[in-house]
Design a protein around this ligand. Structure first.
Ligand code: HAM
Length: 421
């Protein structure tokens, strides 16, 4: 057996995990500031949840789901996305009873069987929001603004926001049938997958990356020619809200996105510095989905951002993400006999709420100081036999290298005041 993580998956080692901690912390903070509450749903769900919501003809359902049968022959699927699970939870727990809209956010791993490449993995992490129970176009603008604000908080600059409206159940069928007619007239110019899509679900042709199919779409009917008045007005209002707060965006009527559940507003935020996988995040409205699952009429809108793509974009922009570390003190001991006193001191630091670690190895003092440096602690407490005898220790300031003798009984409060805790 090859001792290697499966293709398209990766380990997140401590240094990388610290960067992610920052990304997740800033996300949770800004989401909470906008009134969103965290929701955690299972990693796997009944397969039907996804096939119904995402759509039978989509690439995700056709090719990318990790589906398996459990021991009682139930078909289950590792979640490829979190919108459908959040909708399920909203209905199951009757969240319609709460004041609407209900604003939720999530952070967690998703699974898609895709061909791995830079920015595309089989297990990847998303952070996202869903606003359930609101039709006001200001909510569409809020989630786009929230996505933009969050990325700006991470200092990302080379961003592009693309918006579109997918129409609704009143106007979209006419567009889809016109598109179908057009595609069937040009069927020989389409790839074999798209020839099938043209019959089953013509909108899915927008997901095709093949040049021939993309060229055909340039001349195809545009959704904007078919928007009903309500959809047009809704989209105008979304754009007005965005303009009012100074958000720049591009309207692109080919932004269809790979899910069948979208209605009206769809959007994507892209990094100009990334290659093929340049979408940092995307989302849209899904006003019918709750009802399609048998829930009460509940218009909704949300987005998800890919954490690995955020990391790639930050790297490309030369942003160094701060590494979170609440470890402030390292206790170095000159010989192992001092271990018990050091252990007591370690406990005193922790009881005072100060992050601390100590030497548990046979390393000499030089080695311990090197380690403390590597850990980037602010202070090292050094205890040797003479100091112990005098109930004192050396407090070393790692930045300047200066050190000072302090009574062991006072070192915790001394560090506490230095750290301004
Ligand atoms: P999505 O566009 O499929 O939307 O995914 C959102 C983001 O997840 C992408 O922009 C990308 O950054 C990241 N992502 C997707 N697939 C991969 C992958 N294989 N490897 C790495 N990153 C990936 C959704 O998932 C919708 N549920 C968003 C939404 C929420 N719509 C409404 N509410």
């Amino acid at each position: 057996m090859e001792l290697k993580a499966p293709r398209g998956t990766f380990d997140i080692l401590p240094k990388a995990a610290k960067k992610r901690w920052f990304i997740e912390e800033i996300a949770s903070r800004i989401f909470e500031e906008y009134g969103y509450k965290r929701i955690i749903t299972p990693i796997f769900e009944h397969t039907e949840l996804f096939t119904r919501a995402i759509g039978e003809a989509t690439d995700i359902v056709q090719k990318e789901m990790y589906t398996f049968y459990d021991k009682t022959k139930r078909s289950l699927t590792l979640r490829p996305e979190a919108t459908a699970p959040v909708v399920r939870a909203y209905i199951e727990h009757n969240l319609k009873q709460q004041p609407q809209p209900v604003k939720l956010y999530y952070i967690g791993p998703m699974f898609r069987y895709e061909r791995p490449q830079a920015g595309r993995y089989r297990e990847f992490w998303q952070l996202g929001v869903e606003v359930m129970g609101g039709l006001n176009p200001a909510i569409d603008a809020e989630v786009i603004l929230l996505m933009e604000q969050y990325l700006r908080k991470l200092n990302l600059k080379n961003l592009e926001i693309i918006v579109n409206s997918m129409g609704c159940s009143t106007c979209r069928p006419l567009f889809t049938s016109k598109l179908k007619d057009y595609l069937l007239q040009n069927t020989e110019k389409l790839c074999s997958d798209c020839q099938k899509r043209a019959n089953i679900n013509p909108l899915r042709i927008f997901d095709c990356k093949k040049e021939g199919c993309k060229t055909q779409l340039e001349l195809a009917p545009k959704i904007s020619e078919y928007w009903c008045n309500t959809c047009r007005e809704h989209f105008d209002k979304v754009q007005n809200f965005l303009r009012k707060v100074g958000i720049e965006f591009i309207v692109d009527t080919s932004l269809v996105r790979g899910f069948d559940y979208y209605t009206r507003t769809t959007f994507e935020i892209r990094s100009r510095l990334l290659g093929a996988q340049n979408a940092l995040g995307g989302g849209g409205r899904y006003d019918q989905l709750v009802e399609e699952y048998g829930g009460p009429p509940t218009p909704a809108v949300g987005f998800a951002i890919g954490i690995e793509r955020l990391l790639l974009a930050s790297e490309k922009e030369g942003i160094s993400l701060p590494e979170y570390s609440p470890l402030h003190v390292y206790i170095a001991i000159v010989d192992q006999n001092i271990g018990i006193e050091a252990f007591k001191l370690l406990y005193d630091f922790h009881r005072a709420g100060i992050g601390a670690d100590m030497n548990y190895s046979e390393k000499n003092l030089k080695g311990q100081l090197k380690l403390a440096n590597k850990m980037s602690v602010a202070y090292t407490v050094i205890i040797g036999p003479d100091e112990l005898e005098a109930k004192k220790c050396q407090l070393k300031y790692m930045k300047s290298g200066e050190q000072q003798e302090v009574r062991i009984s006072e070192v915790v409060s001394k560090v506490k005041s230095l750290l301004e805790l």
